[in-house]
Design a protein around this ligand. Sequence first.
Ligand SMILES: [Zn+2]
Ligand SMILES: [Zn+2]
Length: 303
Amino acid sequence: MTNERIRHDKSSRGIKKALETMAGNRPELEILVDAFGPLLIAKAAFKEDHPLPETLKADDFPFDLNRFAQGESLFTTIGLMDFHGDFNVAAECLLPPMKTAFKGIEQDLERIEQGFSAAALDTRECIQAFVDDQQAVLKKQAGQTGASFEVFKFVMGQLTRPFMEMQAEVFAPLTQGLQWLHGYCPVCGSPAAIAGLSGEGGKRWLQCSVCDHEWRFNRHTCPGCNDNDHTRHEYFFDQNSPVKAGERVDVCHNCNTYLLTIDLRQRIDPVNMQVASLGMVPLDILARGKGFTPLALTPWNSL
Ligand SMILES: [Zn+2]
Ligand SMILES: [Zn+2]
């Protein structure tokens, strides 16, 4: 039996190799690889260096099957683990590569970095305010660093990611074998960044833009609006892509969103979906040029 799930390589070494291969195959993407590659590698390396305790098991958490069946994500019903202890280290590891990636907001990033290193920020309060979306508290914290509120919020999103990803891995077994028919993530409730077609007949898996969890979703339904009228769905290829039909962008004329899709049936080696989506920026540009908006924002598709 073929394994239908996406075979990932999420290691920092694997990501580095995938980025090098991509820059080698497509010199026009080298600029993107140089800008965002260090951030992807740093995030993976941080997770490798600060793993959650191995003794932590999904069964240790109170799982509410009823609320899950009603479409409530696990992070909503179970909550987040306390990760404020490692948060300053995450800031130390991720803010330098963020300055490489986001040149336009470098000064604000610098201010936030100083805020963290001078221990001027109450990390526990920062995380709580971000998770609960308490705008006034976030504004106050941003003000303490001198950075703009928008940049501060964006940074919080980037810094919480590795923790969300690690917690999603712990929670993933809870969702196994359960039906989830929604276009948003069963673990954290966020939209997908990319889809993969895998296994016999090309089953579609959506990969979360926030926690990296993947879940099965009907191939002919739009994850943005649940529309399944195929006359309103269309897809485009990137003619310059070396894998041609292996990568495409699916668009929905009902809700005007798009989603990148990668056909993994041709791939022999495990893939890193975040690196793959970075390499599909030409398809982002194509879809945006036609008036569609991404289902989820990624660091590179919001340029
Ligand atoms: Zn998620
Ligand atoms: Zn739609």
